[in-house]
Design a protein around this ligand. Structure first.
Ligand code: HAM
Length: 421
């Protein structure tokens, strides 16, 4: 028996319907704010991620699916979406378009993660990038879109964790502060963090090992060494969030696991997922496109983990999506089978969601099945009905049964069944 690879999932019905509904909401909300969808390849040159996400990050260092193709080129399955969007922006000369440009994507990402709840090796992200705007207003708009989207799904008590990572010019001073604070405790750090302390001390701050976290708490907040301009920037983002009534807290330990960020960074944590699993992360990356060889164009963005999102999506949304009522159409006998496809075409054109009985079940067996699978109503087409141009309809909630003209069937569905739910 061949099994799926560890860390991957099969999305089965009706769960997949939740994913469709979440994605439809993303298209709608992001689109309303002027964003357009972009689809970039699932694999890219490995170098793209090394130069954007960062060589010493966990993602590039130990979580990438990297392989050589038949010509010996090093390719990697994308571990995130921002690098691909930045590459596509440069390669397709999107600088010629009007800016700011709001681009969003929905699709699978790949990271070789250790297995835990909410962590998968193939997972999906819903991401949004705003390119060409360096103002705090852009960061605040981004968080507004995120908040609107999550509110539309029914979330009420989510909290934005926010931090200021300063400007790249502030970084050496900050890295030195981390080194100075942690050097005396070097022996207490995990093996990875000892390496990180030399290579990229910022990464010590998001280590998940409890002892490392304890020690990291003593590091002065990055905000303390950040430039005046970056403090004003993040301060303004906070003002706009307050004005909108979007709840947030300053979290001085939030540094994010990717190297391209500066100034504003944020995460959204869901209480249901526990502390290890962040629902959404993002921030500003004004140097990324220039670092990849493009012009100096600022950017800011976020990505939501769709697997985690669906896992904790509020019950009301879940119910509404999963309870979609359908009509079960049951033909009895050859003559009815000859007519029933035409009838289902008419009904579907009128907007009635249905399912056709194909198995030649007896009426009793068909009704039992309809009950078991949660159909709201059945429409029975037999010899007698055919002759008189009617169908027998049965409300499976109440057991009520009557005959309606075939031409009135859609109206009956909408008035008597769909309306009641
Ligand atoms: P990230 O924080 O690495 O940021 O990932 C964003 C979200 O993807 C996480 O908050 C989480 O919900 C989800 N995620 C990450 N890894 C996994 C996993 N193994 N299993 C399930 N879900 C996961 C980024 O990727 C940035 N590109 C976000 C961004 C966009 N920054 C600016 N623009």
């Amino acid at each position: 028996m061949i099994q799926r690879p560890r860390g991957t999932r099969d999305l089965l019905p009706p769960e997949a319907r939740l994913w469709q509904a979440v994605e439809a909401t993303a298209h709608e909300v992001f689109g309303s704010f002027g964003a357009e969808e972009i689809r970039t390849p699932i694999f890219e040159a490995t170098e793209l991620f090394v130069r954007s996400v960062g060589e010493t990050t966990d993602i590039v260092h130990k979580e990438m699916y990297t392989f050589s193709d038949r010509k010996g080129r090093s390719l990697s399955l994308r571990p995130e979406g921002t690098a691909g969007v930045a590459r596509a922006w440069i390669e397709n000369r999107l600088e010629d378009r009007s800016h700011p440009l709001r681009l969003y994507y929905i699709g699978p990402m790949f990271r070789y993660e250790r297995m835990q709840r909410g962590r998968y090796r193939q997972f999906a992200q819903i991401g949004l990038e705003i390119l060409g705007a360096d103002s705090p207003l852009a960061d605040a708009e981004l968080l507004l879109v995120l908040h609107e989207f999550l509110t539309r799904l029914g979330f009420q008590d989510l909290l934005v964790h926010l931090n200021n990572l300063g400007d790249p010019e502030d970084r050496p001073r900050y890295l030195e502060a981390i080194r100075t604070t942690l050097r005396p405790y070097r022996g207490d750090l995990c093996t990875d963090c000892r390496r990180r302390l030399d290579e990229n001390p910022l990464r010590v701050l998001d280590c998940k090992v409890p002892r490392c976290q304890e020690l990291a708490a003593a590091v002065p907040p990055v905000g303390e060494v950040a430039s005046e301009a970056s403090r004003r920037h993040v301060g303004e983002v906070e003002e706009r969030l307050s004005a909108l009534g979007i709840p947030f807290v300053r979290n001085p330990l939030l540094v994010r696991g990717l190297d391209y960020y500066l100034r504003t960074v944020f995460e959204v944590v869901s209480p249901e997922l526990g502390t290890g699993a962040v629902l959404c992360g993002g921030g500003r990356y004004d140097r990324l496109i220039a670092d990849l060889g493009g012009p100096a164009i600022p950017g800011t963005g976020f990505a939501i983990g769709e697997d985690r999102l669906v896992e904790v999506v509020p019950e009301h949304f879940r119910q509404q999506v999963l309870a979609r009522p359908r009509l079960y159409l049951i033909p009895l006998g050859d003559a009815a089978c000859g007519k029933v496809l035409e009838l289902s075409r008419q009904l579907v054109r009128a907007g009635v969601p249905l399912e056709l009985e194909l198995g030649g079940r007896s009426l009793k067996a068909a009704l039992r099945r309809a009950d078991r699978d949660g159909f709201r109503a059945a429409a029975i087409l037999g010899e007698a009905e055919l002759g008189r141009g009617v169908v027998t309809v049965r409300n499976l909630g109440t057991g009520e049964q009557q005959q309606v003209d075939t031409s009135r069937l859609a109206a009956w569905w909408f008035d008597r069944i769909a309306e009641q739910h």
